[in-house]
Design a protein around this ligand. Structure first.
Ligand SMILES: NC(=O)c1ccc[n+]([C@@H]2O[C@H](COP(=O)([O-])OP(=O)(O)OC[C@H]3O[C@@H](n4cnc5c(N)ncnc54)[C@H](OP(=O)(O)O)[C@@H]3O)[C@@H](O)[C@H]2O)c1
Length: 243
């Protein structure tokens, strides 16, 4: 039986994506650290969609567990959505490598580990979709979040190469680059409301883009143009800016 596997399911964006897929009648597997925190989401989805999602323990940093995690899933996913991420504290990461390492482990190493396993399974079947939630932060290193941004840059490049590799095996890969999204991750940040999406907007865009087999999605859409400007600011000017 096919299912949709959501990695990092306690995320606000993940919950919204789970709702969109469940509304389409898909069987959803929610994977997260400490699944007991997903009981509320599970009950809510049972009431809304009349179907119960499966809950599975998953820790992105525990890469040694990923093969068994995937092997023991209640069903083989035809769609895998990698949502987990860790913004971390950029200043702390500069002085304390354990924080820098965690940012890299969660956003890059853990994602590569989990998605490689899904990729091999899907290419053996000759079909499937992998969705990676990266970030516009990966497009240019900024003083405020260069540890997170560089890990996301690595993840974006990985997804691009994986898409190219899996295209020849019948598997589609979608890279998602959200701009600002109103979630737990950004709760303390003053975000411009005109440039900020809700998790529900991101979820609708993601599922639409995956169905249309788009390669790269910016959400909200204007971030495509904002990032084109940011990428093109000459380095001599960019380094003097406080971004
Ligand atoms: N919010 C934004 O403005 C924004 C912008 C661009 C990209 N993004 C990306 O969007 C994705 C979702 O973020 P969000 O905004 O929805 O924030 P969020 O609600 O804070 O979600 C982050 C998720 O990552 C999970 N996670 C962290 N470390 C993990 C680990 N070792 N193993 C498994 N899961 C782990 C967290 O799980 P716990 O609950 O266990 O901590 C949490 O569910 C992330 O990849 C983020 O980088 C967000």
């Amino acid at each position: 039986m096919n299912s949709v596997l959501i990695l990092g399911a306690t995320s606000d964006i993940a919950e919204a994506i789970a709702h969109v897929y469940a509304a389409k009648g898909e069987d959803v597997i929610l994977a997260a650290r400490n699944c007991s925190r997903l009981e509320r989401v599970k009950t809510d989805m049972e009431i809304r969609f009349g179907k119960s999602p499966e809950l599975v323990e998953f820790d992105a940093e525990n890469t040694d567990s990923h093969t068994d995690f995937y092997k023991n899933l209640p069903s083989r996913p035809h769609i895998v959505v990698c949502v987990f991420g860790y913004l971390g504290d950029n200043e702390k990461a500069l002085h304390d490598f354990s924080e820098a390492s965690r940012i890299i482990q969660v956003n890059y190493t853990g994602a590569v580990s989990a998605l490689n396993i899904a990729a091999v399974d899907m290419m053996q079947k000759g079909s499937g979709t992998i969705i990676g939630i990266s970030s516009v932060a990966g497009e240019r290193g900024r003083q405020s979040n260069f540890h997170y941004g560089s890990a996301k840059a690595g993840f974006t490049a990985y997804l691009s190469g994986l898409r190219n590799y899996l295209f020849h095996k019948g598997v589609h890969v979608l890279t998602v680059k959200p701009g600002f999204v109103k979630t737990k991750m950004t709760a303390e940040m003053p975000l411009n409301p005109k440039l900020t999406a809700t998790p529900q907007q991101i979820a609708r865009d993601v599922v639409n883009a995956a169905e249309k087999k788009k390669n790269v999605l910016y959400s909200l859409w204007m971030w495509k143009y904002i990032m084109a400007i940011i990428r093109n600011i000459p380095e001599g000017i960019f380094k003097k800016m406080k971004l």
